[in-house]
Write a protein that binds this ligand. Structure first.
Ligand code: TEU
Length: 547
């Protein structure tokens, strides 16, 4: 449709720059490395890259601690390299979406350095200070996402400051209009350089109301987002996606309803948090209960059906690898990776592929704490060991859920350094790169890469996929994820075995379908009793456009 925003046809691809491609042999990925892989990404068919931070940073949180929003970390390259990436990507119809991290800065940012040193500095009020720590149990007695208190005493200022993440990531005070204007000016500066939009880090936290102990979805959040949209985004045909761990089907439309002029969409995490331990959270993940997972996706498909827009993802740089968390990274690795791709990419919304997901890369499988680099993992190792947890138990949790699982270097080839680097990688390369790598998988017509490539192309070609109504079929089936998409007489039926055992489903006559498999373009039908091998996925398209 003419008024359809470009990002409703596009698929996003997340690049974690430190781990994607290293062009100078220092063991850390860089911008020039990404440029060298743009033809690969064009072949995959993605429409934009969500680039995790490459700004100046002391790298306490791998770039999510920014010390200069308008400079590039020399480990990744220069502003000229950034401009070249933007231009070379644009030549291939790929937009560069920057990671906007404005809930906090690095403590090395000049704003914080001046704020702590001079009580009369205009930057003091860019941050959140207290004379004394909060009283135990008081509303502002908050914890950091990375463990410990969210308040740390700064020896220079002689005051406590708020940090919802590492102590080296002081939270910005969004109640300060001067701060907000600085952020909008910086966003305009990047848009003028040609970026295609922003992924907004923990954007639900910028409306925080600390005296009342409110961190996410504070009273000023949506007014700030509308102010941001008017000041920086309006007039730009850009995409914005907010990271919103607190999103619910009720509040998500507030972010992405076009009439509200806020964001294009949000990342919601219900399919992640529903399967975490009440006490130990992600460190003790629960097995995936398929009817619960299906109900969550169906609820979100319905919630944003007519207003707002879904994002669709299994993984990112903070989450375990898709095939390890939701599929099977053993003998059925390829089949389960293809199944996960098909189930996700034929739903309504903008899909995001996390680097390596397109070849079925797996969790790292580290067996020692020394292999980890992630500040969150190392902090919780300290905390949980001090609380009496055994090393083995912690390592089991980390093997399942550490953010480093998704951060091991991209596996381009079976060769030394996996084609990622000629140097010593900053984080160990998964030994399975000898068989799990781009070169091998891309050459396999039945591989994971080719399935992603076809699905991405189908989305561009079929309004039925982009705008069709979603209906879950057999919601209670414990093995099969089946759903229908319909649009003006066209139908798409997706029936996937989500498990490593054979499964069968009897389709009701109304659900039966005769048409074409859009992935193979061969005639296909699904009716009555359907038997599926482990992770087998069937797709049938009928009606107008079914070829
Ligand atoms: O993540 C926000 C965030 O809450 C996650 O780190 C989450 O707490 C954790 O992964 C759950 O175990 C964003 C970025 O994606 C993350 O990489 C940053 O570390 C964090 O914000 C701070 O910028």
């Amino acid at each position: 449709a003419a008024d359809e925003p470009w990002w409703q046809r596009a698929t996003g691809y997340q690049v974690y720059p430190a781990s994607f491609a290293d062009s100078n042999g220092d063991g850390v990925g860089d911008l020039a490395g990404i440029v060298s892989k743009l033809d690969y990404l064009r072949d995959l068919g993605i429409g934009f890259i969500w680039l995790s931070p490459v700004y100046a940073s002391p790298m306490v949180d791998n770039g999510y601690d920014i010390s200069d929003y308008e400079a590039i970390n020399p480990r990744f390259g220069t502003l000229a390299d950034m401009d070249r990436l933007i231009a070379e990507a644009r030549r291939r119809d790929i937009g560069i979406v920057m990671d906007l991290v404005v809930n906090h800065t690095s403590d090395q940012h000049p704003w914080f350095q001046q704020a702590r040193a001079d009580p009369h500095s205009p930057y003091r009020d860019y941050y959140i200070w207290r004379e004394t720590p909060p009283a135990k149990g008081a509303p502002d007695d908050l914890g950091s996402n990375f463990g410990g208190s969210a308040w740390t005493r700064d020896p220079v200022a002689g005051l406590y400051y708020l940090h919802l993440f590492a102590a080296q990531q002081p939270d910005l005070n969004w109640a300060n209009p001067a701060l907000r204007q600085q952020v909008y000016a910086m966003m305009r500066w990047w848009l003028a350089r040609g970026v295609a939009g922003f992924r907004m880090d923990v954007i639900d936290l910028i409306g925080k109301d600390i005296p009342r102990g409110i961190t996410a979805n504070g009273p000023q959040l949506h007014p700030y987002l509308q102010e941001m949209n008017a000041a920086a985004l309006r007039g730009h045909d850009c995409v914005t996606v907010g990271e919103v761990w607190s999103a619910t089907p009720e509040n998500a439309p507030l972010y992405s309803d076009p009439a509200r002029h806020e964001l294009s969409m949000v990342f919601q995490f219900e399919h992640v948090t529903r399967f975490q331990d009440e006490k130990l959270g992600k460190w003790k993940p629960k097995p995936i209960d398929l009817p619960v997972l299906k109900a969550s996706f169906a609820k979100w498909q319905a919630a944003l059906e007519d207003k707002g827009w879904n994002s669709l993802f299994w993984s990112n740089h903070d989450l375990p690898r898709a095939v390890s968390r939701y599929g099977s990274d053993g003998v059925h690795r390829v089949a389960s990776a293809k199944m996960l791709a098909t189930v996700l990419h034929l739903m309504k919304g903008t899909p995001y592929v996390y680097q390596g997901e397109e070849i079925g890369m797996t969790n790292a499988g580290f067996t020692s704490i020394d292999a980890y680099r992630d500040v969150e993992t190392l902090n919780f190792h300290q905390i949980q060991r001090a609380a009496g947890m055994s090393e083995a138990d912690f390592l089991a949790g980390a093997r399942a859920s550490s953010r480093d699982n998704a951060r091991t270097p991209m596996q381009w080839s079976a060769g030394p350094g996996a084609g990622f680097t000629t140097g010593t990688p900053w984080l160990a390369i998964n030994p399975n790169h000898d068989r799990v790598n781009v070169a091998a998988d891309r050459a396999d017509p039945e591989g994971v890469y080719q399935r992603y490539r076809r699905l991405i192309a189908l989305r561009k070609a079929m309004p039925l996929i982009r705008h069709g109504r979603f209906r879950l079929i057999a919601p209670d089936h414990r093995q099969i994820f089946a759903y229908e998409r319909t649009l003006q007489g066209a139908r798409l039926l997706v029936v996937a075995n989500f498990t490593d055992s054979p499964a069968s489903l009897t389709l009701a006559p109304d659900d039966a379908i005769i048409g074409t498999d859009p992935l193979t373009r061969r005639p296909a039908r699904l009716a009555g009793a359907v038997a599926l091998a482990p992770f087998e996925t069937r797709v049938v398209h009928s009606g107008p456009g079914a070829g």
